[in-house]
Write a protein that binds this ligand. Structure first.
Ligand code: SF4
Length: 416
């Protein structure tokens, strides 16, 4: 195929190093890319993006949600995102992106009422929520948040979503008028239980969770999502599964071409695997919107194209989703998106194998080398020590079939 015959998505950003994330249209915690490097002209005003209702809040959100974790060139990207119709903006105290959003809102105050602004922080106790919100408002240069998440609910906070303290703090926040809705984000191993507790508690408005579109029917997380959906708790997907193409660094490998050979719908639509992944997630009606970091104009265009096409052509079939799943798994994924720690349990080790492989992915494929090393350095010696673990049992237990035998020695080589 000549360059001129190359499909559009091949030309605008396919990095051989990534498979799912072919246009580097990342998971919320994804990699490198420069907003200013984009050769493409500034986009024109776009057609409205498809929307879904955020549970019982009744608020209509665009199904594409802009994550801003360490986004370079965010001042410009925010304007491009807005011009392309994206109306959900996601940030957090720890992302470092609140000041840029604050500048945008000061320069274009008319935007504030048009967007759904989400931020996060992790106070030590529910009673500290109000103080935390005041700080977020000051940084964001606004007088209200649409949605405030307790950021990254942890394994020792499993009961918060049904606790009296959190309920009272959430009610006080909403009564103050500073926050419209309250919830939590989670990618913790206990998230199925956290989310089930939220359904039981009934007071949380929304949850943002690490999600994969091919959860098993009887997976506890799937049952917890059903329970929340029935209770009208809004669900937002983040950290969508990302994978790398095994052999990406070998000459003659064409990950995108192989994916299209295996997944007919990608070839039909001229889509990257990542665009297919987004459509697979939107095909789950429980998910209101999908938070994606977009680091340049090309990534914004890719994701906007995916959501507009979804609006026009509707959900993928189960068989298309399974084709995509199988293609992802067969290409040697390195990042776990379904992390409940079953690999470590099956392997009989205290080492968090999912975390170790995630840090390796940050280092190898997302461009966050120092962050990966920092996270690794925070682990205890026992957590780093996977020797003696039954890695075949771990691979067998892992829904994404991570090849720990290959990946963990690389963790030692690159991160230790
Ligand atoms: S089993 Fe797989 S998906 Fe689950 S925690 Fe381990 S690596 Fe992650």
């Amino acid at each position: 195929m000549s360059a001129d015959q190359t499909p559009r998505n091949d030309r605008i950003g396919i990095d051989r190093r990534t498979f799912l994330q072919a246009g580097a249209a990342a998971i919320a915690a994804s990699g490198a890319g420069s907003a200013v490097a984009s050769p493409m002209p500034a986009p024109r005003a776009a057609e409205p993006l498809p929307t879904r209702t955020l549970g019982k809040t009744g608020v209509e959100l665009t199904m594409l949600d802009a994550g801003t974790w360490r986004a370079p060139g965010l001042d410009r990207l925010l304007r491009v995102l807005y011009s392309q119709g994206v109306r959900v903006i996601d940030t957090a105290k720890s992302y470092g992106s609140e000041p840029a959003i604050g500048r945008w809102l000061q320069q274009m105050p008319e935007v504030r009422k048009e967007i759904f602004l989400v931020t996060k922080d992790h106070p030590r106790e529910p009673k500290d929520l109000l103080r935390s919100v005041d700080e977020r408002l000051a940084d964001l240069k606004t007088d209200y948040l649409d949605l405030y998440f307790v950021h990254g609910l942890g394994g020792t906070e499993v009961d918060w979503p049904k606790s009296k303290e959190f309920k009272e703090a959430a009610e006080a926040l909403k009564k103050s008028g500073k926050v419209k809705f309250v919830g939590f984000s989670t990618h913790d191993a206990t998230r199925a239980q956290q989310i089930m507790n939220a359904a039981e508690g009934g007071f949380v408005d929304a949850i943002m969770l690490q999600f994969t579109p091919w959860l098993e029917r009887d997976d506890p997380l799937n049952r917890a999502l059903d329970a929340c959906f029935e209770k009208g708790i809004g669900l937002i997907s983040m950290k969508q599964v990302a994978g790398t193409f095994s052999g990406w660094d070998q000459p003659g490998i064409d990950p995108l071409g192989e994916a299209r050979d295996r997944v007919g719908v990608l070839a039909e639509k001229g889509f990257t695997p990542y665009q297919g992944l987004l459509q697979a997630i939107w095909s789950d009606e429980r998910i209101t919107t999908t938070c994606v970091s977009m680091r340049n104009t090309d990534q914004i265009r890719e994701n906007v194209a995916a959501v507009l096409d979804y609006g026009a052509s509707g959900p993928l079939t189960l068989s298309q989703i399974h084709q995509l799943r199988d293609a992802c798994r067969s290409h040697g994924m390195t990042l776990c998106a379904d992390c409940d720690g079953r690999c470590s349990r099956a392997a009989g080790t205290a080492a968090p194998l999912g975390d170790l492989t995630r840090y390796l992915t940050y280092h190898e494929h997302h461009g966050y080398k120092s962050e990966a090393r920092r996270l690794y350095a925070e682990l205890s010696d026992a957590q780093r020590d996977w020797r003696g673990a039954d890695l075949l049992a771990a691979r067998h237990a892992c829904p994404n079939g991570l090849d720990f035998t290959k990946l963990l020695p690389k963790v030692d080589d690159l991160l230790a």
